[in-house]
Design a protein. Structure first.
Length: 244
């Protein structure tokens, strides 16, 4: 049996986060060179089956969370999965924002924006960095109400009477820089998924601009597709309506 396949079988029998044997131990077990073991582990790391940290060892990676792309926040997503959501506040700032943000929010240059940066947690583990931008005058004081497990969308409904109706979102692949890696507890250069979302109320007024960096080793995103021009109502009635 090839070394990689043997390691995959071993991983399947170990709980996530388990420490794996050393390269030397694998080399002796399989009767191959340490270089061969190192190459097999590198493949598994690229496949995000294991996490390797210099000076610490190799660990079985936690399974990815399969997340549907829909107009709900981190808190709702995690609760729906039976997991405990949480947040750790990093910074709150108020002031003029760069043009691309004021433009996305339909604001005039020089208008003040409220910027809230948080680390999002799942069962206590850091999984994403979220930077939220809101019109400061419209949402004055909202930052003080965003507790560790408070959903922004629930807060918008209860406090401001705002229901989000639709959003535009982009997804890109990026890598973690030193600060991001430190906040997420991963190695610098690790892959991240960058999601940028602008959400709108029912009359088409922008409500939020959110920039989120998700750990690529913990998340993958799904969506439902339909042919161009296909009626949306028919598509959803056949496939099952998304939660909004």
């Amino acid at each position: 049996m090839a070394v990689r396949e043997a390691l995959v079988e071993l991983i399947q029998d170990l709980p996530p986060g388990s420490t794996m044997p050393t390269e030397r131990e694998f080399s002796e077990r399989f009767g191959v060179s340490r270089g061969t073991v190192r190459m097999a582990l590198a493949r598994l790391e690229a496949e995000q089956r294991v996490n390797r940290f210099q000076g610490k060892g190799t660990f079985v990676a936690k399974p990815k969370m399969d997340q549907m792309l829909e107009l709900t926040g981190h808190t709702e997503h995690m609760r729906a999965r039976g997991m405990e959501p949480g947040s750790r506040l990093i910074a709150v700032a108020r002031g003029p924002a760069e043009t691309r943000i004021t433009s996305a929010l339909g604001m005039s240059p020089g208008d003040e924006v409220l910027k809230v940066e948080r680390v999002r947690l799942t069962d206590g583990d850091p999984v994403a960095i979220e930077t939220l931008h809101l019109e400061a005058r419209r949402f004055n004081g909202v930052a003080a109400m965003l507790g560790e497990s408070q959903s922004l969308y629930e807060l918008l409904r209860a406090r401001y009477g705002i229901e989000l109706s639709w959003a535009e979102e982009t997804i890109e692949a990026v890598v973690a820089h030193d600060r991001e890696a430190s906040l997420l507890g991963i190695a610098s250069g690790s892959p991240l998924l960058l999601l940028c979302r602008v959400s709108y109320d029912p009359i088409g007024r922008p409500v939020e601009f959110v920039r989120s960096l998700y750990r690529a080793d913990r998340f993958r995103f799904r969506t439902r597709l339909r042919p161009p021009g296909a009626p949306i109502t028919n598509f959803f009635s056949a496939a099952g309506r998304l939660n909004g």
